[in-house]
Ligand binder design. Structure first.
Ligand SMILES: [Mn+2]
Length: 358
């Protein structure tokens, strides 16, 4: 093969990784990174905390940092008030080592990840409050609403995930990101952005993802179990429910479906398998408000559970509040003391009225 001056040299993967690392290392203020690392450098026994009801960013950040620190001779314990959800097992190396109770209190550093208030670490905090209230804490988080709870706190709302901030910190300090660390950090970034879909995703988020993929982490191994894999019974249930009950009003801007106990039995489904159905209805073209009506267990009397999803400017929480429930502006719910058909005939006209008021 011949080459000449006009032939472009291809960049080797190793060179590309170095270039990405150099770019990401500038994403965090040197002084703040140094202050954070000073606490880590001086500690040997470190407990890394993921917040209660953990998501993959909290756990992936804690496990990812623990994987990065282990080769430096640090003894790390990853702790979370709640157990690791079973469907995270396949993509979070080290998940089996996560403890829900501190083995002792002889830690010289606490690293609190993905939440900026100690109360968010749940029962772990309340059971060891005296220890935590006196401990040296490094707090790393990305939520703009966080107040911070560390001797050194870095809250970076420009990071789409705490795992993105950690990737910047590790690269700024020249710390090697192993394959296991990369898998955990990529899980945090992918799940906090719903696979780079949410508008928190920036070019830098993708660059951090690119670096971690360059370390050997594979997006599909996270995206598939998180967003696509489902039991056959769940698909059967959705098929039954959509075929029998899909309703629409206001020129299809309102859609709803209902889940009966009979449907669950027919599909061989468990009660949680309508999870995701409301979001699925929101992906119908033109829909502004989606509702799921779910028949209560008959031995609890007449009861219907309502889930509501809404696009701006509509307010799911306000609709839920009208029926005695609550939630967030885009996703809310209520429990109505009536049977399924009565609930549908009560709620839909009210939602139609809400829509025409806007
Ligand atoms: Mn997060």
């Amino acid at each position: 093969m011949t080459t000449d001056d006009t032939t472009k040299q291809t960049i080797s993967p190793a060179t590309q990784q170095l270039a990405i690392a150099a770019a990401l290392a500038t994403g965090i203020d040197n002084e703040r990174a140094a202050a954070a690392w000073h606490l880590i450098a001086g500690a040997m026994q470190i407990v890394l905390l993921a917040h209660e009801r953990p998501d993959p960013d909290a756990l992936g950040s804690a496990l990812g940092l623990a994987h990065a620190l282990a080769p430096l001779g640090k003894t790390c314990v990853v702790a979370c008030a709640d157990p690791v959800p079973a469907n995270y097992d396949s993509f979070l190396p080290g998940h089996a080592s996560v403890v829900t109770e501190l083995p002792h209190e002889r830690f010289d550093l606490v690293i609190a990840l993905d939440a900026g208030e100690l109360s968010r670490y749940g029962a772990l905090y309340t059971r060891h409050q005296t220890f935590f209230d006196h401990a040296t804490i490094l707090n790393l988080d990305h939520h703009i609403t966080s107040v911070g709870c560390g001797k050194v706190t870095i809250i970076d709302p420009a990071s789409a995930a705490t795992a993105e901030l950690l990737t910047l910190l590790l690269l700024n300090r020249g710390i090697e990101i192993s394959l296991d660390a990369a898998k955990c950090l990529l899980a945090g970034i992918i799940t906090d952005t719903r696979a780079f879909e949410f508008d928190a995703t920036t070019a830098r988020t993708l660059l951090a993802g690119a670096y971690l993929v360059g370390c050997g982490a594979v997006p599909e191994t996270i995206i598939k179990p998180m967003y696509r894999m489902k039991p056959l019974a769940k698909v059967r249930l959705w098929g039954i429910v959509l075929n029998r009950s899909l309703g629409s009003a206001a020129e299809n801007r309102i859609v709803w479906a209902s889940v009966r106990q009979r449907d669950l039995a027919e599909a061989g489904a468990t009660a949680d398998m309508d999870d995701g159905l409301a979001s699925y209805l929101m992906d119908i073209d033109g829909v502004a408000i989606a509702l799921i009506f779910k028949e209560g267990d008959s031995n609890k009397g007449n009861e219907t559970r309502l889930s509501i999803r809404a696009l701006a400017p509509y307010d799911a929480a306000a609709i839920a509040a009208h029926f005695g429930g609550g939630g967030h502006i885009r996703a809310a719910g209520a429990t109505l003391p009536m049977d399924l058909e009565t609930a549908i005939h009560t709620v839909i006209p009210y939602v139609e009225a809400t829509l025409t008021e806007q």
